[in-house]
Design a protein around this ligand. Sequence first.
Ligand code: FES
Ligand code: FES
Length: 157
Amino acid sequence: MEVTVNGTTHRLGSEPDVTTVHLLRENLDLTGTKLVCGAGVCGACTAHVDGVPRVACLTPVTAWEGTSVTTVEGLRGEHPVQRAFAAHDALQCGYCTPGFFMEAASFVDRWRAGHGDTAPSRAEIGAALAGHLCRCGAYEGIYAAVAAACTRGPRCR
Ligand code: FES
Ligand code: FES
């Protein structure tokens, strides 16, 4: 089977009876994708599959055959929401941050395509990030960063 990750196509042997988070971290050395709960509830293992955020901890590699996967490494630190997280101190230990990046980047892109540079409400941001947990409680900064990225405020350019 083949899977494309961050633009590189990998041909896998007969071994891929593993979860996708295992493939990313252990086989491809893409350790930005985190394994925390392993149960599909915290969002730390989120990657984009054909442009849609998906958790990687419960999904067998075979389910992503033929897809195009983007991990946090694939954002290359260039998405506005990543710069906004830094500007708004939206992290403490940072372990949840890659998962938030992937979900928030997708939300910001969708939001801007549909609403231009108007700001989403707090409830709308909360709904978009509902599948993600931050044990450090950095939510105020996270919400502020996502709002700033949506409006392309001067601090996130
Ligand atoms: S590690 Fe996958 S959702 Fe928590
Ligand atoms: S910054 Fe530590 S878990 Fe979110």
